[in-house]
Ligand binder design. Structure first.
Ligand code: LRH
Ligand code: MN
Length: 399
């Protein structure tokens, strides 16, 4: 059994924790809900300034969230014109703008789709928003344009799925060709919701094809909540690493569908198995440095700040547990098909309580040993509730 006190293990642990960064979503701080309602929180963020303030506080407490993902129409409603204000907020709160997420799902005209809509005018309008989002990314120095589309249909026979593929290929190629050399287009897939018969980008194969068709700067984005419960997500990750098409993750957890619950709340072993595939691939020189780790959750009941800090800490712990698998020894046991020994070694790392070494790493890096406790002690949430209360209780948009 590995002993965490052993300095060699500590070195591996500290090296892994130094390398781990995760991006947090601006919409994770806002009042969000389901179609059955939204329970507003006084301390929730409604302005882009409050979202950056919260993101800055999470980074101060954890030290591993230097970027915040932005959703264009929610965070930069005036497009590129909002960039100077956002740059000012980056300086004030010490966090940079991360992935730029176009909004191609809320405009009334997108009822039958955006980039896949049968109307050429509506497709052109959707492409315009994609190109605006790419220009915002250039102006903010963001690497990733992270695309999710709600496009699909609700009834068999009502849309031509192949025509929609052609329109999508054209739009993503045009978007790719607009990007600056260092930019990437991440194509997120989702099997269903809000469309309930077909979704145009429904699985990793479709996303991978579209990314390859678009060009060399396009990759696949894996949202852990966007899979049927019987799917083996870490096998999909292994294929995307093997084919060099893995661009990044939207981490969250679920019991049933795209529940967007906090990471590790339902099936922490799932995230451990994903991180193991990545550590093992990195050993073989695959995927390193290219994989964007991002959180995509909607905190409908938990306090927004608590949920975000809890999620970041859980992600660190699961990333480290997987990093501590003795992969050389495991490779030998896999080769000799020593099933039980291999499983005990692999799962043994998952059973390991790494929280003491993560706290030791935080203290060594001048961070609070327990960021959740530090958040409570800071009174940050109570102060935010006082300052924001009246405004946040009267919200209208989704996030
Ligand atoms: C869609 C999704 C997508 C975001 C949205 C907030 O379900 O995962 O990544 O645009 O959530
Ligand atoms: Mn997502």
């Amino acid at each position: 059994m590995m002993k965490l006190s052993d300095s060699a293990v500590q070195d591996v642990a500290f090296k892994a924790l130094d390398a781990f960064k995760i991006e947090i979503p601006s919409w994770g701080f806002a009042n969000t809900g389901t179609r059955f309602g939204k329970f507003v929180q006084a301390a929730a963020a409604t302005t882009i300034e409050e979202k950056f303030a919260d993101a800055g506080e999470v980074n101060k407490l954890t030290g591993v969230t230097p970027t915040v993902a932005l959703h264009v129409l929610w965070d930069l409603p005036n497009g590129v014109k909002d960039v100077p204000e956002v740059k000012g907020l980056e300086k004030r709160f010490g966090v940079k703008s991360g992935s730029i997420n176009p909004n191609l799902f809320q405009d009334q005209e997108y009822k039958y789709g955006s980039l896949c809509n049968p109307s050429a005018d509506i497709r052109a309008h959707a492409l315009e928003h994609m190109l605006d989002s790419i220009e915002i990314g250039k102006a903010l120095g963001s690497r990733d344009i992270s695309l999710w589309m709600a496009d699909g249909s609700n009834y068999p026979g009502t849309q031509s799925m192949r025509k929609r593929i052609t329109w999508l290929e054209e739009a993503l190629k045009a978007s790719h060709d607009q990007m600056a050399p260092g930019q990437r287009l991440l194509v997120e897939y989702k099997p269903f919701e809000p469309a309930f018969y077909h979704t145009d980008i429904a699985d990793w194969g479709m996303s991978s094809h579209l990314a390859k068709f678009a060009g060399p700067q396009a990759r696949v984005l894996v949202d852990t909540g966007h899979h049927y419960s019987a799917q083996n997500i870490e096998q999909i990750v292994a294929w995307l690493l093997h084919t060099n098409m893995l661009g990044g993750f939207h981490f969250n957890d679920r019991r049933y569908a795209d529940d967007d619950l906090t990471l590790g709340s339902i099936d922490p072993y799932q995230i451990f198995r994903i991180f193991h595939e990545i550590h093992a691939a990195t050993d073989d020189g695959l995927g390193s440095g290219e994989i964007a780790y991002m959180i995509d959750q909607s905190h409908n009941l938990k306090g927004k700040m608590e949920a975000m800090v809890q999620t970041v800490a859980t992600a660190q712990e699961l990333y480290l547990k997987a990093a501590l698998v003795d992969r050389k020894k495991l490779a030998g046991l896999q080769h000799s098909c020593d099933l039980v020994d291999a499983e005990e070694l692999y799962r043994g790392a998952f059973w390991t309580d790494v929280r003491p070494v993560v706290s030791a790493w935080r203290v060594a890096r001048g961070l609070p040993a327990d960021p959740l406790a530090a958040l409570k002690e800071s009174g940050y949430v109570e102060r935010a509730a006082k300052e924001r209360g009246s405004r946040s209780m009267a919200v209208s948009s989704y996030a």
